[in-house]
Design a protein around this ligand. Structure first.
Ligand code: SAM
Length: 222
């Protein structure tokens, strides 16, 4: 006799295994914009920063930033996507460190990075409060003394999301490329409450648009 126990990690792994990098690359053309993303993050980066692209996927952002000369490495849960990242990086002549891992239990020593990027709603894949708190605390732990983490998320007041029948609260379901995924969407207020529980003091939330999509962006400073 057995039972299925769903976790944020098993849900995401299965979703991206089915979607593959090819499917995610197609979604990127609709749900995000590399130009807007780079414009948002570049002012926060310095060339001697040690940068982690957390939940880097197939390296959509990691590879362009490495090509610009930034010292960046990538971590993702999905070996399927990392395989594509490794392949594309080698083709571009880049020696980027990639690691498979979980953002709720990072395989890095305290203070390893001075910038962490967690982009295009990767944080929304954490379906449970305990996972969300663990990920915030892990980002804080691996940040150096004056480090900054930037977390870009879908958020609950987004009218685009609310009017989309594919999204139902409190766990919004997305049916993308015929594959079902579940994500968790915070409102500004519920996210502020999460930060308080995670004991993250130095942070601010800003609201912006990436491509045509509204986003809530956490800037967390150590
Ligand atoms: C929408 S994609 C975004 C990828 C990348 N950040 C970008 O901007 O192109 C979400 C990513 O989150 C990753 N992910 C989901 N849950 C994760 C976890 N617990 N730890 C690490 N990565 C995770 C997925 O494997 C996927 O690559």
């Amino acid at each position: 006799m057995g039972f299925h126990m769903e976790t944020s990690q098993t849900t995401s792994l299965e979703f991206y295994k089915q979607l593959k990098a090819e499917g995610l690359k197609k979604l990127a053309t609709v749900y995000t914009s590399i130009k807007d993303t780079l414009n948002m993050i570049r002012p926060a980066l310095a060339k001697n920063d040690s940068i982690l692209d957390l939940a880097c996927g197939y390296g959509r952002v990691t590879i362009p930033l490495a090509l610009e000369g930034y010292k960046i490495q990538g971590l993702d849960l999905s070996e399927t996507l990392l395989k594509e990242a490794r392949h594309d990086a080698v083709n571009a002549g880049l020696a980027i460190k990639w690691r498979q891992g979980d953002m709720c239990a990072l395989p890095y020593r305290a203070g390893t990075f001075n910038k962490i990027l967690c982009l295009w709603c990767s944080f929304n894949h954490l379906l449970y409060r305990d996972d969300q708190i663990a990920a915030l605390k892990e980002m804080y732990r691996v940040l150096g003394p004056t480090g900054t983490a930037l977390v870009e998320m879908f958020y609950g007041e987004d009218s685009d999301l609310k009017s989309d029948p594919a999204y139902q609260p409190p766990f919004y379901c997305s049916n993308l490329e015929g594959v079902i995924n579940r994500i968790f969407v915070h409102t500004e207020r519920s996210f502020m409450d999460l930060l308080k529980t995670a004991d993250i003091a130095n942070s601010r939330l800003v609201f912006g648009t990436i491509g045509t999509k509204k986003r809530m962006i956490l800037w967390m400073t150590k």
